[in-house]
Design a protein around this ligand. Structure first.
Ligand SMILES: CC(=O)SCCNC(=O)CCNC(=O)[C@H](O)C(C)(C)COP(=O)(O)OP(=O)(O)OC[C@H]1O[C@@H](n2cnc3c(N)ncnc32)[C@H](O)[C@@H]1OP(=O)(O)O
Ligand SMILES: CC(C)C(=O)C(=O)O
Ligand SMILES: [Mg+2]
Length: 569
């Protein structure tokens, strides 16, 4: 890279420098309704592929665009190839175009290409013929080897030919569209001069409008510059009431979505783009993001992405290009949170969100369900996660509703693993860790069985059979309930502890339902509390197991008590 890029690159010239009388109003505008959408997936998107779509892919893309709700679809550059020409014929002759959908085709400003274009459209009910020629200074000089008058003459001459060709096919309702290619790099007054000259030929009326499309063929400046250019044209074009003002942003600087939104605020009526931003180089503007941005503001975009994954798979099939996992609204990871505080907020948000209320779940700009995504993969657990995500996954996938302090305790165990492995943990991996940590600890005490009996003064008695260090022991205890009695029995073997908190709930439903019991225990002489967990088909057994689990966990690293050793055979 150059130390002094100014030696090679020119900065963009702001509109107010070339026209000091210009006073922008777009920053105060709010987009309250959608623009007219035009999909150019089958033209600009198609011309940018390693392998342009074949007939099957084109038809599949066309039907998908129709199903989404596009009413204007640029279907081909018919004079470019037989495939494109045949596709237009197939759409018309095969009756594939719904009455409320208008097809559009592109042509260069060259006689034989225009004539071939009209041939492809024979029999169409309604069609938009899109004429373009580059108007920017470097194109005038390098591509056309001409001056302003020369490129203006090309536009006028071929606008006339289009008008005349259309007159020979009067059964079709024609709409004309003109694009001064590389509008973003064209002197504004010259762009206006050429557009005015074209509309002078076409003589549009408020009832039969033509389309003037102002492409950011190459995105050259910040989106506010594009908005200024659009507002300048919007307020200065001749026959404005007879023009649908269209924009066509590309994404060279990564700002196409912003440019399109600001352009609509600046007076554009229509936006051309592609699904998920396919298109030349860095792509055309992503119409899906634009539409769902509107949706997230409470504005119906008029395009239906309620099955966005299906649309994504179709686009990937047709373009043979992958969609990035972080692509807005559609990427595999965009409704996923890895970091702990995000997971915690999402979990809390989802818990309180009412189905018919204003969406307020933190970190998720829209409800994933609205675009056919599920909550399943929202929360994932890795080394950046905290207790919230872990608890959410175990609750939704396994049915475990952990007490809050257990969540904190268990997240430490998970953290040690994710720190060591660096990887993600699925719900089933978390359950394995949980089982190992709480349910499978059998030392120093392994539960063998128990039976309850009534002790004196209506107290609960327990005969608890355990294995300690390989020796089977029967411990007897009493208490005001089974848990208290189990604690008492284990005390006989030297395992002293007190239960501070107890919770139990069912795991699963119906005949297969089991109970899960959580006990929080303290041990004399040891700081803090420890959890024990038991899972069993019988709720009492689950509680007894929870106490044994708590004893084992609280004994980790401690010497086996003398009472336990003394009585071992
Ligand atoms: C910004 C855009 O996306 S514009 C759309 C671009 N899309 C495509 O080009 C895809 C389809 N294109 C094609 O199949 C071919 O390029 C065709 C059929 C249009 C033309 O093919 P060819 O005649 O062989 O020309 P080629 O592909 O080399 O294009 C360059 C020629 O087009 C001319 N040209 C470029 N744009 C225009 C225009 N809008 N109007 C008139 N001529 C133009 C150039 O001056 C050049 O002419 P030259 O050969 O006399 O120097
Ligand atoms: C043909 C025109 C509209 C185009 O695709 C562009 O300028 O990007
Ligand atoms: Mg383009």
């Amino acid at each position: 890279m150059l130390k002094n890029p100014a030696a090679k690159y020119r900065p963009f010239t702001p509109v107010h420098v070339t026209d000091p009388t210009f006073a922008r109003t777009w920053p105060d505008q709010v987009i309250a309704r959608p623009p007219i959408w035009m999909s150019t997936d089958l033209r600009d998107g198609n011309q940018a592929l390693f392998e342009p779509m074949d007939a099957e892919r084109k038809m599949r893309m066309f039907k998908t665009l129709v199903a989404i709700g596009f009413k204007e679809i640029e279907v081909a550059f018919p004079s470019a190839s037989q495939t494109d020409f045949d596709f237009v014929r197939e759409l018309i002759e095969g009756g594939h175009i719904p009455d409320d959908v208008t097809i559009e085709v592109l042509t260069q400003a060259r006689d034989h290409l225009i004539r071939r274009t009209f041939e492809s459209l024979r029999g169409a009910r309604r069609a938009i013929v899109h004429l373009y020629n580059a108007t920017a200074p470097n194109f005038r000089r390098i591509v056309f080897d001409t001056d302003q008058a020369g490129v203006k003459a090309i536009a006028i001459e071929h606008a006339r030919l289009i008008r005349d060709c259309a007159a020979t096919q009067p059964d079709t309702e024609w709409v004309f569209q003109y694009s001064p290619e590389v509008f973003t790099g064209t002197e504004l007054d010259f762009a206006r001069e050429v557009c005015d000259a074209v509309t002078e030929v076409w003589q549009p009326t408020p009832e039969r409008k033509c389309i003037i499309n102002l492409p950011a063929t190459v995105e050259m400046g910040t989106p506010n510059y594009y908005a200024d250019q659009i507002e300048w044209m919007h307020t200065r074009l001749a026959r404005r009431d007879s023009i649908i003002l269209s924009v066509h942003p590309h994404n060279d600087r990564g700002c196409a979505v912003a440019a399109a939104e600001l352009a609509v605020m600046a007076g554009a009526d229509r936006v051309e783009g592609c699904l998920f931003g396919n298109g030349e180089r860095t792509g055309n503007v992503d119409v899906v993001t634009l539409a769902l941005n509107l949706y997230s503001q409470g504005v119906d975009p008029g395009l239906d992405f309620s099955r966005i994954n299906d649309v994504a798979r179709t686009v990937e099939h047709c373009t043979q290009l992958p969609i990035h996992p972080r692509h807005p609204y559609v990427g595999d990871l965009v409704f996923t949170a890895f970091s702990g505080s995000h997971q915690d907020a999402i979990k809390k948000g989802l818990a309180v969100q009412q189905a018919d209320a204003i969406w307020e779940v933190p970190y998720l700009p829209i409800d994933p369900a609205d675009v056919g995504r599920t909550y399943d993969s929202i929360i994932r657990v890795n080394s950046q996660s905290g207790k919230g995500g872990i608890a959410y996954l175990l609750e939704t996938e396994v049915g475990l509703v952990m007490p809050r302090r257990l969540q904190v305790e268990f997240s430490g165990a998970v953290q040690r693993i994710t720190d060591a492995t660096g990887g993600e943990m699925t719900a089933s991996a978390l359950w394995q860790v949980f089982s190992r940590e709480y349910l499978e600890a059998t030392a120093p005490v392994r539960y063998v069985g128990h039976h309850l009996f009534e002790a004196a003064q209506e107290r609960q008695g327990i005969a608890l059979t355990v294995d300690i260090g390989g020796a089977t022991r029967e411990l007897r205890g009493e208490g005001n309930g089974p848990i208290d009695a189990t604690v008492d029995a284990l005390r006989q073997a030297g395992f002293d502890a007190a239960v501070q908190h107890y919770e139990e709930h069912s795991l699963g439903k119906g005949a297969d339902a089991r109970a899960v019991a959580y006990v929080e225990m303290t041990v004399p002489g040891r700081p803090g509390a420890t959890f024990g967990v038991g899972v069993h088909g019988n709720i009492i057994t689950a509680s007894v197991l929870a106490v044994v689990s708590g004893i084992n966990r609280s004994q980790a690293g401690a010497a086996v008590p003398a009472a336990a050793q003394a009585s071992a055979p």
